[in-house]
Design a protein around this ligand. Structure first.
Ligand code: PGA
Length: 310
């Protein structure tokens, strides 16, 4: 038994090592290895379509479950290529359930680029309009497609209001904005279901490798590997990919009641393996999910191809 599993609920009685670790913990600061660790539920499905269906159903079930009680689900939403087909299916299912009240559904997006003008086709605001909320809602209509504009929260990284400001002033302004975003997340949360993708470098949201597990929503620098991975959305030109973003931190993400991480494709297989089978370490931000009790990881067979047990 490794020290990191000493407190695991499923591990049974403490080993001698575990007892020593407790004694050590009582004497000084708790070592990183003493975090509780859990095994996420891993669901491997044959292909991208099956993953999309599972994801859409999971989101729909949370929305419906809350709506039946007259409440609004609180959802944490991800962007990127992976959830696109799931959002398409979710929109279809919601359309069929025309009498379901979506006006109380509250959403928080994980992240947004800094520096793209409002309405830029690659901003995550535009992405959400295109894939889930339909354009009218994001352009100021109060209600469309059932959702209420006032309940949709996406960090604002467009710099129109900050043009001409020095870098340090800009960062301070952005930091104020993300602090408010985090405060809103805390007051309207906890999130019932947090949807996540995973980067090839193991990031979640834009919480890049090295991010503290205690991190909250912040202004972050994108790694070269993330900018490389996302250049496909910017005419293949890495110079067009923003260098900074606003992103929920690991602690913000872990505050959700339930987490659903979705990955498809062989390019994610190594990140998935490190997340589930490597050490819980800030070098692989997604590995922090093993400190949460209610995580489901949904994979197609390609993304699962490097796991030792399938
Ligand atoms: P992708 O991005 O879905 O476009 O692969 C996922 C991520 O970077 O979190």
């Amino acid at each position: 038994m490794s020290f990191s599993k000493v407190f695991c609920r499923t591990c049974g009685p403490l080993s001698v090592g575990g007892a020593l670790l407790i004694a050590w913990a009582m004497m000084g600061p708790q070592p990183a290895q003493a975090r509780e660790e859990y095994q996420p539920l891993v669901v491997v499905l044959p292909d991208v379509d099956a993953v999309a269906e599972y994801t859409a159903n999971a989101l729909y079930d949370v929305i419906e479950g809350k709506a039946k009680k007259g409440e609004g689900a609180v959802l944490g939403l991800a962007t990127g290529g992976t959830p696109v087909p799931a959002y398409a299916l979710l929109r279809k299912r919601l359309k069929r359930a025309a009498d379901m009240n979506l006006s109380k559904v509250v959403t928080f997006n994980l992240d947004e680029y800094v520096g793209l003008p409002a309405g830029h086709p690659e901003s995550y605001r535009s992405y959400m309009a295109e894939n889930l909320f339909v354009p009218g809602l994001m352009q100021g209509a109060e209600r469309e497609n059932g959702f209420s504009a006032e309940n949709i929260h996406i960090p604002q990284g467009d710099c129109a209001a900050w043009d001409g400001l020095r870098d340090s002033v800009l960062i301070a302004q952005l930091q104020k904005h993300v602090d408010e975003y985090e405060a809103l997340l805390r007051s309207l949360g906890p999130v019932d279901l947090q949807l996540l993708g995973i980067g090839e470098n193991g990031h979640v949201g834009f919480a890049e490798p090295g991010s503290s597990f205690e991190g909250r929503t912040a202004v972050v620098r994108l790694t070269q590997s993330t900018r490389e991975a996302n250049r496909r959305f910017f005419d293949g030109d890495i110079n067009k990919v923003p260098r900074r973003a606003l992103s929920m931190g690991i602690a913000s993400i872990l505050s959700a009641k339930n987490v659903l991480l979705v990955a498809t494709g062989t390019n994610k297989a190594e990140a998935v393996r490190r997340m589930l089978e490597g050490p819980v370490d800030t070098g692989v931000p997604a590995s922090a999910l093993r400190m949460h009790t209610r995580v489901t990881v949904v994979l197609d067979s390609d993304a699962a191809s490097r796991l030792s047990k399938q």
